[in-house]
Write a protein that binds this ligand. Sequence first.
Ligand SMILES: [Zn+2]
Length: 875
Amino acid sequence: MRLVDPALSKLGGRALQAAALFCLMLGSVHAFPQAPAGIPRDLARFRVQQLKDVRYQLSYTITPRADSVSGHEEMRFVQNADDRGILPEWLDFREGSISSLTINGQAASTDTQNGHVELPATMLKLDENVVVIDFKAPVAPAGKAITRFEDKDDGSEYIYTLFVPMDADMAFPCFDQPDLKAKFKLNVTAPQDWTVISNTDGHETSGENAGAAGQHRIEFAETKPISTYLFAFAAGPFQKVHDTPGLPGLFVRKSKLQKAEAEAESVQQITADGIKYLSDYFAQPFPFPKYDMVMIPGFAYGGMEHAGATFLREESILFRTAPTHSDRLNRDILLLHELTHQWFGDLVTMRWFDDLWLKEGFAQYMAYHTLNSLKPNENVWKRFYQAIKPAAYAIDSTQGTTPIYQDIPNLKDAKSAYGAIVYSKAPGVIKQLAFVVGDDQFRDGLRLYLKEHAYANAEWNDLVRALERTSKKPLGPWADAWIKKRGMPQVDVSLACDRRQGLSSIDVRQHDVLNQGTIWPIATELLIHQRGIDSTTTISFATTKNGMLVRPGCPDYVFGNDEDQAYGRFLLDPVSRKAVMAQLGSMKDVFQRTLLWGSLWDSVREAEMDPREYIDLALRNLPEEQDESLAQSIIGRTITALHRYVSPEVREQLAPKMEALAADQMLHSPSQDMRITWFRALRGVAETAKARGQLKDMLTVKLIVPGVELRPLDRWNIVESLVAQNDPDATAVLAAEEKRDPTGDGKKYAYMARAARPDPETKKQYFDEYLHDAARPEDWIEISLGSFNWWNQSDLTLPYLAPALDAVPQVKRERKIFFMLAWLNAFIGGQQSSAAQKQVHDFLNSAALDKDLRLKILEVVDELDRTVKIRGKYR
Ligand SMILES: [Zn+2]
């Protein structure tokens, strides 16, 4: 990058000298004369050219209950020069305060501007620089990089860091970008009974460094080079659970030790098996000196893969509801996802968050791949389809979708990159990629990529090049469509049969769902079902939109994506749909059954199939459906259809049938997993006095799910339903449950249940708190958003739709990554009317919004658009 004005270069040598002198007199040439807002990509690129060998030595002193921690930092980096000489640098530091700053031994200004501190060029030197800083960083229950959790069960205090994507600079002054990897050396002084966990092993120091009375100091070994967002620590009276040689460390807060003991071994074992499997698969040993997992209550995500120290949401590990087999497998997936990141994300890191999919897509894909190898009888690829594809297709057919590669000009917008595109579409597309290049070539490509970029950074084209080398297939056109273009194909397969000649023709054609003219390279397995026998044919489209297959015989049905190899919307043609609906109950292959149920649901959402027809089909087939996760998804969709897509009259007619089926199956299904599944169904659908009565009997244990003990959140979910339905006993039930469960969790769940009260005062009070109460933990708010926007309270919540939309810039600024989607899904998703739809679109037309926010709203309003369309069509 050159900053010399082109006009200057036309001047003679003397003028140039004068100009240079003028610059010197001003102080220096500055690549970024004003402190930029956030961290622009240009600043990050500039710094990567200027700096290397970054090291942070950080000392924190933690005082219980204080609203800040004090820190001492010695930071070292090697400064390069270009033809302009040494240029000044901006160090990132937000929301804290600096009391002293020295650069190479000289005192410097501690002023911060726009979240940056200037390191003047005159104080920097070529080669190694040492910057020493004393600072304070904020600690709060929500909204900061260092979060405090107060355990209401025993009064203990815990603090932990969470920096991704760019909050490390709220905890210490740094160059907060993923491609300036650094070595960290941390020590923490904390109360004597606290444990501190970080990226490496720590040991207690003695002598003059031991800390004041009642405190101790833990010193951690220096890390390998890692990105700032992967550095972390957690501190408090954590306990190590089931400490067993050969198994990774697992930490939990003191008050949950007993509960954790029961779950620890399976959590540690799947992780240990995963480490072994992935080390072999990637041909790279575990890349960091140790691996611990720390359970954090109310953690903002399922997990965060800090190098060597994954933090996990406690609620995702220690189940708050009676768990089913699928719940346990989903936990395995979470653990393997975070584990995969140690290689994909931590060892090799994306250069910038535009390539977020590189780590998230692969972690998600490899979690299923690994579980499939470790537990081959669990039909893992069926689960992959169920967990991954619907979410991906739901966003990818909206105007709010983005390519997998997402342009992010400033890191402050990186939070918006998180969502179904990276977590669902990317793994779906990666599965297709593995199918296209072949399993062995795929594995070898990943090995090559990890080896070539170990402890460094890479971009998506590095990965594509590695896969091209191992597969010897050109992947340019493939990557161009799937990584750089937004949207997806719909593949229509239509079947015509000439019975006299005994020949059928199958026409396969794709179209671009967003009508942007993209032709998608697709390789898929076409399923042909004829007289009880399945056969498949592989079809590849590279550059064409359609193909025709003529074959002997007349199939009953054809489906375009057997085994879910391809990515796209695959609907059934009318002939096949009729046959499938008649035969679903007798289909033996559960993966096929799952795919076809999924395709029928896509037809409902496309307003091509009456939602009432889907509900009837579900009511007919569900009593025989013994696959737990398939039953769960059919039940969930049936309830969605009842609550959103059909008219109130149809709902009043069909809901009691669903209630009766749920109650019967809950009591009589031979499988415990199914009884739990049906209990949840009853809780979700109950609206008649009879069903509400059954729920109340479950709270007083007059009615029990055979063999199942309800856990606290099961009970609170019942309370929430009763409150939302305005049951006459709701107030008494809520009070009784608060008395029965006075724990910290109980208080949080009571907060959730109360948000469902169908009265205007409650809604007003909650909404004010959402935006103005800084002390309310973020996870309390997040779990109450759905209760606030209960499906039958849209009249009460409609007045909050506009204020909720107005608040999105604040939400973006103050909340963690996934909160925005929860917020929009709750407030927009709580509505079903065309009046609400109009409000959202009017807002989109009139508000000045950041591009990422506009896209998020467009993504979420799609479901409301569909609801209005379906209700209009099938009234
Ligand atoms: Zn992840």
